[in-house]
Design a protein around this ligand. Structure first.
Ligand code: NAD
Ligand code: GLY
Length: 364
């Protein structure tokens, strides 16, 4: 088992990575939740039938009273309506301020359950047990929790750090290839923005089988990189923005497809290619070879490297870039590559970003 500690003032916590952790969750939860009697477990309709039976008996044996809420799988559940339903369920269960919420599932479950934990009774303890690659390398670490609004993704949320993150790589075995690839988009992102050696390590292992042979190292490296960034900038006002490489345009792609056509990882994959091309066009850094290496690695995992834009899509792009959380007034901080393994935020006028995107898409 590998352990990492995220050190934040008054909110430090461990990330444990190891095979079989799901069944042994209780022994790691009790020390960090010494006063909790009740655990409200949030999971989804795909995860519940496979993994609840491995988790719950151990928790009950350790003396926790549990209630499970199974939400429909998919991004549509990350909604204010589902949040409100969870709040009511938590009250029905008799949750108190010394109890805790457990998220067992992918990023949708983690973000939703985390936001519910951050708000119910003005905040209760929260545990992340991520079961997708994306959730293990990204969403379960760092405390961002949210729901989507009609206006866009993650627009209502909070920073709410978990008390512990337990990741059992065995849970990745039941992911379909597309969901595994979604996580790979974020794994590859870390190499691009923070660690060239890690990017090269991944490029030498361009298949799911090869990645799974090294999975503990991959999870550890990604979480360690994210840990460093979060410790430096928990509230996302500086360095943490680098983690949004590919996300500004990626969010637009997700929205264009009404959150149905493109998954988050697919949208981020194509968004990273757009960002790499923008960097080349603007002369801010990166090389044609970097773009080719990124494209090749994403394609090895069947991730899209280009998403077409119709006129209707373009309106969504304009609106989404304008709404991006990294925007202030008429400017936006775009995350661009300086070189492979190093990214920087470049502040630009929104109109200029849209003009560059226009040119890149051959619309002008
Ligand atoms: P997801 O939670 O929808 O999971 C993807 C699919 O895999 C779902 O159908 C789910 O039911 C299924 N699944 C989960 N675990 C499984 C398992 N072990 N075996 C079989 N099926 C399983 O999506 P995701 O890709 O995990 O997360 C995407 C979400 O994460 C988005 O909402 C995104 O905005 C959010 N996100 C948040 C952060 C953050 O910092 N909070 C970072 C990145 C992404
Ligand atoms: N996934 C981006 C962040 O956690 O900041």
């Amino acid at each position: 088992m590998k352990t990492l500690s995220v050190t934040l003032p008054g909110r430090s916590y461990d990330i444990l990575i190891g095979s079989g952790l799901l069944a042994r969750a209780a022994e790691h939860l009790r020390p960090v939740l010494p006063r909790a009697k009740k655990l409200f477990v949030v999971t989804d309709s795909n995860v519940a039938p496979i993994y609840l039976s491995a988790l719950i008996p151990g928790l009950e044996r350790a003396g926790f009273e549990t209630a499970c809420r199974e939400i429909p799988a998919g991004e549509g559940s990350k909604s204010p309506a589902m949040l409100s339903a969870l709040w009511e369920d938590m009250m029905d269960f008799g949750l108190t301020r010394t109890d805790a919420v457990v998220a067992l599932g992918g990023g949708v479950v983690g973000d939703l359950a985390g936001f519910a934990a951050s708000t119910i009774l003005r905040g209760v303890d929260f545990v992340q047990i991520p079961t997708t690659l994306l959730a293990q390398v990204d969403s379960s670490v760092g405390g961002k929790v949210a729901v989507d609004l009609q206006h866009g993704k993650n627009l209502a949320g909070a920073f709410w750090q978990p008390k512990i993150v337990l990741m059992d790589p065995d849970t990745l075995d039941t992911l379909d290839d597309r969901t595994f690839a979604d996580g790979m988009a974020e794994v590859i992102k870390y190499g691009c923005i923070l660690d060239k050696a890690f990017f090269d390590f991944l490029a030498l292992r361009p298949s799911r089988g090869e990645i799974m042979e090294e999975i503990e190292h991959v999870l550890y490296t990604c979480c360690d990189l994210k840990r460093m960034v979060v410790e430096e900038d928990e509230r996302d006002t500086g360095r943490r923005m680098l983690l949004n490489f590919g996300h500004t345009v990626g969010h637009a792609f997700e929205k264009m497809g009404n959150y149905q056509t493109w998954t988050h990882g697919q949208a981020v994959a194509a968004g990273m290619c757009v960002a790499a091309k923008l960097g080349l066009a603007l002369g801010t850094g990166g090389t044609e070879d970097d773009l080719q290496a990124l494209t090749k690695l994403l394609q090895a995992f069947d991730l899209p490297v280009h998403i077409p834009c119709s006129d209707a899509d373009w309106a969504v792009m304009e609106e989404t870039v304008g709404l991006d959380k990294k925007s202030t007034g008429d400017s936006i901080s775009l995350i661009l590559l300086e070189e492979m393994g190093k990214a920087k935020a470049v502040k630009m006028k929104k109109t200029e970003v849209l003009a560059q995107l226009d040119a890149l898409y051959g619309r002008v």
